[in-house]
Design a protein around this ligand. Structure first.
Ligand code: GLN
Length: 192
């Protein structure tokens, strides 16, 4: 069963994409919801709010423990939550989960360009012509040794993968494109 963290953000959009590819999912709001799942999606939204809600719903510890065994896919604010606080990436008001070995800078695509769409090719992931939608997206700052695959747009890393997890700075759910979901779910660690 795939879980979608449903504290904030467009979690229902992720679910409708999973529905189109016949993958069953549940919304995760509590530790016991999380325990029913074997893979998790953390949607975009606002990482400061997401941080508060993760604390309020006592999900921090369960999420970190879950990540040691099962895969998580994070998009935009979800990517921020998966990143680590090292280097100069201390994030005011954001309580990073420190799950993946990279750091980010929030809202780093320039203040006047709050959002944009861009066709990108993620060769490393076997994906061409993906319409990537960036909404006040983070930029990847440092990439640590545990990251095994990186995809770029214009020399900027926009998607990073380690042995278990996948994080991207854009919103695949907004374009009804299921390819990255299939990629995530086809990784050999996923068990139903
Ligand atoms: N800018 C937001 C943040 O810092 C992320 C935006 C998004 O998820 N679309 O959390």
């Amino acid at each position: 069963m795939v879980g979608i963290l449903a504290l904030q953000g467009d979690f229902y959009k992720h679910r409708s994409i999973l529905n189109t590819i016949g993958v069953e999912s549940i919304y995760v709001k509590t530790k016991s919801d999380l325990e029913k799942t074997r893979a998790l999606i953390i949607p975009g939204g606002e990482s400061t709010t997401l941080s508060k809600l993760i604390e309020r719903f006592s999900l921090r510890e369960p999420l970190v423990r879950f990540s040691e065994k099962y895969s998580i896919m994070g998009t935009c604010a979800g990517m921020i939550m998966l990143s680590s606080s090292y280097g100069n990436s201390v994030q005011k008001g954001v309580n990073l989960l420190n799950i993946m070995d990279f750091s980010i800078v929030r809202n780093a695509w320039g203040s006047q360009i709050d959002s944009f769409e861009q066709k990108i090719s993620l060769k490393e992931f076997g994906i061409n012509e993906l319409n990537a939608i960036f909404i006040r997206a983070p930029k990847v700052n440092e990439i640590g040794k545990k990251i095994v695959k990186v995809g770029y747009f214009d020399k900027n890393p926009v998607i990073v993968e380690d042995n278990l997890h996948l994080a991207m700075s854009f919103h695949p759910e907004l374009d009804n494109d299921s390819r990255l979901y299939k990629y995530f779910l086809n990784k050999n660690y996923y068990e139903t």
